[in-house]
Design a protein around this ligand. Sequence first.
Ligand SMILES: [Fe+2]
Ligand SMILES: [Fe+2]
Length: 185
Amino acid sequence: MPDLSALKEHARPRAPKIPGATDAQREQGRSLAMIHAMHLSDMAMIRQMVGRIEHDRSAAKDLAEAVPELAMTQNLRNFGALCGRECNNLLFHHGAEEHHMFPALEELGDTGLRAVIAKLREEHEVIHALLEDLGKGAMAVMQSPDPSTYAALRDTFEMLDAAIRSHFGYEETELQEALGVFQVL
Ligand SMILES: [Fe+2]
Ligand SMILES: [Fe+2]
């Protein structure tokens, strides 16, 4: 099992129930879960690619190409743009949450909801660090394709995948009602 201690799952606040929320509103709030499902299916494709490069060293190049530009988007270090389409999509998704969805909910919600959003913002940072590690790991495999770099890349991917699943689950569950009630999305 990947070590998700950085995510501090035990410290996750729960969103207070909103009095008068209807099933129809909660149903609307499920749209976030549907967006998350698209990201998870992209992660499944990346998983297949990680599996391939464990058997085919030349496929390591594919991974780097399929995952471009995390570094650029994030203005992070200059180790090159090596993350890729899904990394970018995920960063874009988090950016939309941080700059649009979260502020709207912070304004309309109560202190309990704001505590959830503060935790979600922290979790984005954990995931961004893992995306950065994935880019570095792909580069390490290209530079030195040996069992240790493969194993490190696999470990990073498993950690990222588990962190994303955990974060998505928490986020879509706790925000569902508020998203529907406040008509944010
Ligand atoms: Fe999020
Ligand atoms: Fe999200």
